[in-house]
Design a protein around this ligand. Structure first.
Ligand SMILES: NC(=O)c1ccc[n+]([C@@H]2O[C@H](COP(=O)([O-])OP(=O)(O)OC[C@H]3O[C@@H](n4cnc5c(N)ncnc54)[C@H](O)[C@@H]3O)[C@@H](O)[C@H]2O)c1
Length: 364
């Protein structure tokens, strides 16, 4: 059985550092002064982060380098090849060259699309992630996965390309809407469940609030960075970060393709984690007591799972596109305890269907 690692990642001693905390923007300012070949900076943001975060970022931009922004529409629908093309055209008009810099200022949508755009533009433009949502500060902005969706299939097109540095300034979170905070919290609980039982206890005791985050942010980030450090290209261990995502992505794709107000990524992952906990239990990977505790805590925080708007066949259809599948077989990352997770586990379709029906999905 695979086992989860003990976090020991060092944020600043890495070639591509993560600056995290109240002084993160000052560190970015210092880092920028060392980038002697940069002659232009493009900042990618969405309409919300252009309004709430860009003025703060601009204060630390070097006065000697021209900075121009590219603004995309907020939301998952922007993670498309068409939007990439628009950004590539803007970068070209701005005469951004290979030595220049793209700064991705926003949530996971901006860092996913911006990182992908950068990795393909001129066969590789240097980029910096400045995550502004809880989701991006604790997950999406870290670890180098970039990409866009294809026909609502999540992250179908993408690369693993690492930002030159990552700058997590918690002050940005002051303007983050409540629903988006909750969405990010899902990945925070996930990090705890897959690798850090003490973090889980802390979350159960204090919740995922701005106050608790002030104390726990680096610890949460360390879970992800440690895993990525060991397995950057997802050959094995990194798959544990996908706990909750086999079902979660399927539900998110179905929601994106059929709903006018689709679920957030975090809402989908929270549902996915509860269902995959039940699957872990049924496959005798997890004890009854732990499964009960996890489902009780998650449903208290994110609401009970009710799949009555979904059909089993639709969910199973989307799951066939999951990147973890091998030889046409669904492979999942499943919990083996609170704080440990195993990966590449074959799950029989009948077990999945049974659990989906248990949570109210339609039998068709
Ligand atoms: N690459 C990865 O490893 C990885 C990991 C997890 C999630 N993701 C991806 O990340 C995306 C979800 O990220 P997200 O939840 O950040 O969504 P998002 O980028 O859509 O941001 C959520 C909303 O919050 C707004 N916002 C962000 N920061 C703000 C701020 N400081 N003030 C005011 N408004 C702000 C955005 O404009 C948007 O409307 C999904 O596409 C998911 O697939 C990627």
């Amino acid at each position: 059985m695979h086992s989860s690692p003990t976090p020991k990642y060092d944020f600043l001693q890495q070639e591509k550092p993560v600056y995290s905390g109240a002084d993160a923007l000052t560190r970015l300012e210092r880092w920028l002064t060392l980038q002697k070949n940069v002659s232009r900076i493009a900042v990618l943001c969405d309409r919300h982060t252009a309004q709430d975060c860009l003025p703060i970022l601009l204060k630390v931009m070097p006065s000697s380098i021209p900075v121009a922004e590219i603004v995309i529409e907020p939301g998952e629908h922007s993670k498309s090849l068409q939007v990439c093309q628009n950004i590539w055209q803007r970068l070209t008009q701005m005469e951004i060259g290979r030595e220049d810099l793209l700064i991705n200022l926003g949530g996971g949508v901006v860092s996913d699309i911006g990182g992908f755009v950068a990795s393909a533009y001129l066969r590789g433009l240097r980029f910096v992630n400045v995550p502004t949502s809880l989701m991006a500060m604790t997950d999406a902005g870290l670890g180098g996965k970039t990409g866009v969706d294809l026909d609502h299939i999540k992250n179908r097109i993408g690369t693993i390309s690492f930002p030159e540095c990552t700058v997590c300034f918690p002050g940005f979170l002051e303007t983050l809407p409540e629903v988006e905070w909750k969405s990010g919290a899902a990945e925070v609980f996930k990090h705890a469940l897959i690798a850090d039982p003490d973090l889980w206890r802390a979350l159960v005791a204090h919740g995922c609030t701005p106050e608790s985050l002030a104390v726990m942010l680096q610890r949460i980030q360390r879970v992800k960075m440690e895993v990525v450090h060991i397995d950057p290209y997802e050959k094995g261990l990194r798959k544990i970060l996908n706990f909750g995502h086999s079902i979660g992505h399927a539900i998110e794709s179905q929601s994106l393709s059929s709903s006018t107000v689709p679920l957030t990524h975090g809402q989908s992952v929270a549902i996915g984690m509860m269902i995959e906990t039940e699957i872990s239990l049924r496959m005798q990977k997890l004890s009854n007591g732990e499964a009960e505790e996890i489902i009780q805590v998650l449903s208290h925080y994110f609401g009970k799972v009710n799949l009555s708007d979904y059909s089993v066949s639709d969910i199973l259809k989307w799951m066939r596109y999951d990147k973890k599948n091998q030889k046409g077989e669904v492979k999942m990352s499943l919990l083996t305890g609170i704080g440990s997770c195993d990966w590449n586990i074959s799950v029989d379709e009948n077990v999945m269907a049974d659990v989906l029906l248990h949570y109210g999905a339609k039998n068709k």
